[in-house]
Design a protein around this ligand. Structure first.
Ligand code: GLN
Length: 302
């Protein structure tokens, strides 16, 4: 496995300048586009890394999976009363479907859905910010995970679409708390910084029937884990979920910081990072790395 990781890393490193960093968030526009990292962790605890695998970056929409898992573990199927489970086929920050679908977002892995989940976090958690961070730290087995105040403020200053989404859903009654408070939690979630290694550790329970392999702690039931993996497969890449499934063949989630995490049930989780994004907001070289990984190792869910 280390040979495969080294080879695909070298192959992709030559073309890592592909894509554009997320300029619409000023703080992310400053990231070095040449970064490239990969970390793969097996459920029996072996870690393989290459490149910038231990450098922290902004996880952005990958946080939507953590938030959904946390809320799902607390309220169960009540989650689906206010957010759907269908792929949107639209961009991550799209407003269009919300109007004719009465303010109910298609799924929790697009911005609108994650904003509703952030609203639920305020309803059910004593201290949403602290509880969210401790949840991720527990999953990763690592206390050294924080959110980045600068990235959070950068999005607060410029996140006009998210403000529109939250207000629009509020008008349908699908946001219960004050819009500013909800967006504060949403931007905090997006601004969490993690490395590929930390992400691979944190996602390993999705490959292990909902249990953290290192601690045997049960986070989600087997059935709930199936559901979240299914959501990642069908909705984790917005209007490119089909392309990711076609090329990589694993459930996963991307973020505009250039990270992608994917899992192979009963075997491994893998995180990649390359800040250059394609037109759909997914990491161009990250996707290529994962495509080469599953092709060369012959591992995918299909
Ligand atoms: N914070 C970003 C936004 O709301 C998250 C988008 C993403 O990573 N796809 O626009």
């Amino acid at each position: 496995m280390q040979n495969v990781i080294d080879n695909i890393y070298q192959q992709v490193k030559c073309q890592v300048h592909n894509g554009n960093v997320a300029r619409y968030i000023p703080e992310l526009a400053k990231i070095d586009p040449d970064k490239l990292g990969i970390a793969l962790k097996t459920i029996d605890g072996v870690l393989y890394v290459a490149g910038d695998a231990n450098e922290s970056f902004s996880i952005q929409s990958i946080s939507k999976v953590f938030a959904t898992s946390l809320v799902f573990s607390v309220i169960g199927d009540d989650l689906w009363r206010r957010v759907g489970k269908e792929p949107s086929g639209s961009s991550f920050n799209s407003l269009v479907q919300l109007e004719y679908e009465n303010g109910i977002p298609r799924n929790p892995l697009i911005n609108a859905g994650a904003i509703v989940v952030a609203d639920m976090m305020i309803d059910i958690l004593a201290n949403p910010e602290k509880d969210f961070l401790s949840f991720i730290r527990r999953l990763a087995g690592d206390q050294n995970i924080h959110f980045d105040e600068k990235v959070k403020n950068s999005e607060k200053d410029t996140g006009f679409r998210n403000v529109a989404l939250a207000n629009f859903m509020k008008s349908f009654g699908n946001i219960h708390n004050h819009v500013d408070d909800v967006l504060d939690i949403y931007f905090m979630m997006c601004s969490v910084s993690m490395s590929c290694t930390q992400l691979a550790n944190a996602f390993l329970f999705f490959a292990n029937h909902g249990m953290i392999p290192a601690t045997h702690e049960k986070i989600l039931t087997i059935s709930q884990t199936k559901r979240l993996n299914a959501l990642m497969q069908t909705c984790g890449f917005y209007d490119e979920a089909g392309e990711f499934t076609f090329r990589v063949g694993l459930p996963g989630k991307s973020g505009v910081g250039g990270g992608i995490v994917a899992i192979l049930p009963k075997q491994y989780s893998v995180a990649v990072w390359s800040p250059g994004l394609n037109g759909k907001g997914n990491s161009e070289s990250g996707m290529l790395l994962l495509e080469l990984l599953t092709t060369k190792t012959g591992t995918s869910i299909f």
